[in-house]
Design a protein around this ligand. Structure first.
Ligand code: C5P
Length: 232
C-alpha cells in the first residue's frame, strides 16, 4: 500500500474549493471532502473534483441502523470515491452491512475506514457521557479489532496509535491519521500532533493535513513539503 498525503478540503463553497485546487498545476493531490464541503456542494462537487483527476476520501462518518447505512453506502459507491468512512460505534453488524452496500456489482468498492473514538473525546467525557469505563486506548484498539473483524480496510486514528493498531490488526490494516503539523507551524485546536516525518516513522499509511496546507501562504509548497517528509 503506497503512503500518501491527503489534503482536507475544509471549505464552505465550491468556489473557494476550486480556487484552491486551481493552484495545483503539476500534481493531483489525494483530497478529503468532509461534511462541510459535502453539505455545501453535494454530490456535484464530488463528481467535479473526481473529474479533475483527484483521488477522494469522502469523510461523512456514517452511523445509523445497518439497513440505512447499507443503502446510503450503495449510493456513495456510485460517486466513485476512493475511500469513505463510518463510526465503529455503530456495531459490527452495521460495518458488515456498510461493506455490502459499498460493493459494486463488479466486485470493486472504495476503501472503508472506521472512526474509533473521536480525538476530541477525552477519557473523562467517555466515562461520564458515554458510560464507557475502559481506558481510552483499549477502547480504540477494541473498535479497531471489531472493524478488522468486520472486513474493513483500516481506521482513522492518531499517528501515535498507528503502531499499536498495526500490531493488533495486521500491517496491511490501514491507519489514516490527522493531527499533523510542521515542526515550525501552528498547532491550532489539535492536541496530540506529530510532524509528517514523525508520522512516517510511526507507520501511518495516510496523513490527513488541513490547515497547514490550506491556510499556508504557498499551499503548493506546503503540500510538497508534506509529501517530501512523509513519502520521501
Ligand atoms: O486543519 P487540520 O490539519 O487540523 O485538519 C484535520 C482534518 O482531519 C479535519 O478535516 C478534521 O475534521 C479531520 N479529523 C481530525 N481528527 C479526527 C478525525 C478527523 O482532525 N479524529
Amino acid at each position: 500500500m503506497g503512503k500518501d498525503v491527503i489534503i482536507a478540503l475544509d471549505f464552505d463553497s465550491r468556489e473557494k474549493t476550486l480556487a484552491f485546487l486551481d493552484r495545483f498545476q503539476e500534481e493531483k493531490p489525494f483530497v478529503k471532502i468532509g461534511m462541510e464541503l459535502y453539505y455545501a456542494g453535494g454530490p456535484a462537487i464530488v463528481r467535479e473534483i473526481k473529474a479533475r483527476g483527484h483521488k477522494i476520501f469522502l469523510d461523512l462518518k456514517l452511523h445509523d441502523i445497518p439497513n440505512t447505512v447499507k443503502k446510503a453506502m450503495s449510493v456513495l459507491s456510485g460517486l466513485d470515491v476512493d475511500m469513505t468512512n463510518l463510526h465503529a460505534a455503530g456495531t459490527k453488524a452495521m460495518m458488515e452491512a456498510a461493506l455490502e452496500g459499498l460493493t459494486r456489482p463488479d466486485g470493486t468498492r472504495p476503501l472503508l475506514i472506521a472512526v474509533t473514538q473521536l480525538t476530541s473525546t477525552s477519557q473523562e467525557r467517555m466515562e461520564e457521557d458515554l458510560l464507557i469505563r475502559e481506558p481510552l486506548d483499549q477502547v480504540v484498539m477494541h473498535y479497531a479489532r471489531c472493524a478488522a473483524g468486520a472486513g474493513l480496510d483500516g481506521v482513522v486514528c492518531s499517528p501515535l496509535e498507528a503502531g499499536k493498531v498495526h500490531q493488533g490488526c495486521g500491517e496491511g490494516f490501514l491507519t489514516v491519521t490527522p493531527g499533523v503539523r510542521f515542526a515550525d507551524g501552528d498547532v491550532g485546536d489539535q492536541v496530540r500532533v506529530t510532524t509528517p516525518a514523525k508520522a512516517r516513522e510511526l507507520g501511518s499509511d495516510y496523513i490527513v493535513v488541513g490547515r497547514p496546507v490550506t491556510q499556508a501562504e504557498d499551499p503548493v509548497a506546503a503540500y510538497r513539503r508534506c509529501v517530501k517528509e512523509f513519502v520521501g
